[in-house]
Design a protein around this ligand. Sequence first.
Ligand SMILES: Nc1ccn([C@@H]2O[C@H](COP(=O)(O)OP(=O)(O)OP(=O)(O)O)[C@@H](O)[C@H]2O)c(=O)n1
Ligand SMILES: C[C@](O)(CO)[C@H](O)COP(=O)(O)O
Length: 238
Amino acid sequence: MGGRDGARRVGVAVPAAGFGRRMGGRRKAWLTLGGEPILARTLRAFLERPDVVAVAVALAADDAADPPDWLIALDPRVGVVAGGDSRAASVARAVAMLPAELDVILVHDAARPLVPPEVVQRVLDAVEGSTGAVAGLPAVDTFKRVDERDRIVDTPPRDGLWHAQTPQGFPAPLLRAALEALAAEPGGAERLTDDAMVVAAAGGTVRMVLGAARNLKVTRPGDLPLAEWYAAHPEEGR
Ligand SMILES: Nc1ccn([C@@H]2O[C@H](COP(=O)(O)OP(=O)(O)OP(=O)(O)O)[C@@H](O)[C@H]2O)c(=O)n1
Ligand SMILES: C[C@](O)(CO)[C@H](O)COP(=O)(O)O
């Protein structure tokens, strides 16, 4: 896998257009972690890689129309686009603005600012010669399926259950084709909550690789102190 000069060309799509409802209506990209915006920290993990040739960030429409100065000045590889009503729609818009000649596209949530470089590397290694790879962690809790009256109706066996994280990486032509197929399906984008589902729906087989505890998704207010702790302890949770 490689461009004309043999070097792999990686593009990164960063969905950052969420509403942060579970965070009390605060857009998580702009919250600070270790004294800097969450989005800045998220992008750094990818911008420090020389094989990353372009990064497309999907922002809420008003933010995309008036992005902060620091983001515009951050790196010439970074571009901004308005996201959509669902994560998948935002990913599709970010992928659409990436350059055509890419070998691999990584999708990474803006809300996961603590991804270790070795997790990014594991995903990229696993994408080589395959149809996709996702970072994740084996489940540690017992899972219950609960009905609308809060009754437990099933306890799915935990064997083989993992928590999916990001990055999620795919051969670029495959991800583009899968997103196009999804766009043609009414309501498709809302149904699929991660990129592996998009590629699997198009017939791809996606592998799981080991993620990291510190690669948590900042989702609720209580996640912020934990993320701050990880930020202050760079060797923990890897
Ligand atoms: N329409 C959307 C929805 C989500 N995201 C992004 O997808 C990632 C994962 O989503 P999540 O953590 O669920 O973020 P929010 O959608 O902001 O959270 P909530 O569901 O609480 O509103 C985040 O980086 C978020 O900004 C996006 O780009 N566009
Ligand atoms: C893609 C994801 O991070 C995998 O865990 C997650 O599904 C995104 O969060 P959401 O709450 O489903 O939008």
